[in-house]
Design a protein around this ligand. Structure first.
Ligand code: GH3
Ligand code: MG
Ligand code: MG
Ligand code: MG
Length: 303
């Protein structure tokens, strides 16, 4: 997130897809060590690499035995997880129609074989630079400036796509709405800046306790929402209890003062709503329980 788009290009992962082993190794040799280059000579190897760790850029041959590069590009562009990865076609197909097709199917660039080594490197750098810039803009548009947590817009985008997936795959999904207790008092007693430090501290503490595919968003003020994927309510409560304990063990220290604080939460699970009901229902349910937690003393979770 803090990485600026104008930073020099970092060593990045480039996946070379070519059904010829010799060609693949040749391109790898040209691009290393400036880039970390992995080679896939067939579809099984390709999808295995993708699943293991998605690359920053794909160099894609067009004429391959199992599938054309154009078809593979279309599959990638339809995939929510992979569509942002730039693709450069590297091919001996040099007809105007082929080049046009390459861009049509979502290619970022098109390099004709035989190519100049320096040109290929320059095009790879350019594609990675653009990807960095896009990533930076995207992160700015989906995260909260103060805490770095996701914003409301991203939350609904992500959760709605997870919701249909969860329903299709019969996986559970839980929502927790969290609110810091007596936050106004923290502001009044320690100042607004200290209040901001508490918000950052709270975000980081939660992040350390949830799993990487859970989604934490700041909905406004000192209210946060977490989507727990493929999880039971009991497991979610465990995670929130770990957050609670961490806040006791390592409270927020700012401006030389220690600020102890607690939070309340309401939880709801996908199993409680009818299929096809919008995610808003689940959030409303969790919100009602949060209200109940506040009414009945705070520093507690209601399920
Ligand atoms: P409760 O336990 O019932 O939740 O009480 P509370 O004091 O936490 O809640 P209340 O809604 O009364 O007050 C929330 C306060 O949060 C009021 C507002 O000034 C403050 N606030 C909202 N956004 C920010 C922010 O970005 N930074 C800081 N420092 N304060 C904020
Ligand atoms: Mg080939
Ligand atoms: Mg509050
Ligand atoms: Mg509030």
């Amino acid at each position: 997130m803090s990485e600026l788009a104008t930073d020099p290009v970092q060593p990045r992962r480039v996946l070379v897809v070519d059904d010829s082993e010799v060609e693949g190794l040749y391109i790898q040799a040209l691009l290393q060590p400036e880039f970390t280059v992995i080679v896939a000579n067939n579809l099984i190897a390709f999808w295995a690499h993708m699943a293991e760790e998605a690359p920053d850029l794909i160099l894609l041959d067009v004429m391959m035995k199992e599938i054309t590069g154009f078809e593979l590009a279309q599959q990638l562009k339809r995939n929510h997880e992979y569509k942002a990865i730039p693709i450069i076609f590297v091919t001996s197909l040099d007809q105007a129609g082929d080049i046009e097709r390459g861009f049509e199917v979502g290619g970022h660039d098109y390099v004709k074989k035989p190519f100049l080594t320096q040109e290929l490197r320059a095009r790879v750098r350019s594609a990675l630079r653009l990807k960095n810039l896009e990533h930076d803009l995207r992160m700015r548009s989906v995260t909260d400036y103060l805490t770095g947590a996701y914003n409301r817009r991203y939350f609904f985008e992500a959760v709605n796509s997870n919701l249909s997936y969860a329903q299709r795959m019969r996986r559970n999904l839980c929502i927790a709405v969290l609110d810091i207790d007596f936050f106004k008092k923290i502001n009044d007693e320690y100042g607004h800046e200290a209040g901001d430090a508490v918000l950052v501290h709270f975000t980081n503490t939660i992040r350390d306790q949830i799993r990487k595919y859970d989604i934490l968003a700041r909905f406004g003020g000192e209210e946060f929402v977490i989507q727990f994927f493929d999880c039971t309510i009991a497991k979610c409560v465990d995670m929130l209890n770990r957050v609670k304990n961490k806040l006791i063990e390592t409270p927020c220290i700012t401006g030389g003062r220690t600020i102890n604080y607690t939070f309340s939460a309401g939880l709801a699970s996908l199993e409680e709503i009818a299929p096809k009901e919008p995610i808003e229902r689940l959030i409303e349910q969790a919100d009602r329980r949060l209200y109940h937690a506040k009414e009945t003393g705070r520093n507690r979770f209601v399920t």
